[in-house]
Design a protein around this ligand. Sequence first.
Ligand code: AMP
Ligand code: ZN
Length: 115
Amino acid sequence: MSDSEHGDGCIFCKIIAGDIPSQRVYEDESVYAFKDANPKAKIHVLIVPRRHYANVAELAKADPRTLAHIVEVAQSIADQEFHGAYRLIFNSGEDAGQSVFHVHAHVMTGEVLPE
Ligand code: AMP
Ligand code: ZN
């Protein structure tokens, strides 16, 4: 297994561990949510599973309950911030814009979003 498969050196594993600071929005036993450092919407939150998976397909295969839970957490953030409306994005693969290879849901909400 490669280092990235273990999560060694992974920036989001370090955020979850508290070794890199973040603006926490929500956490529980399986996920951690924090503000994106470069927001693309009024509210832009990243939700990550505490366990390291490289992408959403790996998470879906290994732990579908946590993937479903990420959707629930996204919904509850949007319920609080913007009457339940939100965009949920998983960039998967470098050519699709994924730059951090610890699966993360982008939750964008808090304002009317462009198409
Ligand atoms: P992606 O390009 O889909 O892999 O998304 C990675 C996201 O992580 C980008 O939107 C970055 O702005 C965000 N990001 C990278 N480093 C940090 C950090 N230390 N704290 C918060 N967000 C970060
Ligand atoms: Zn990681």
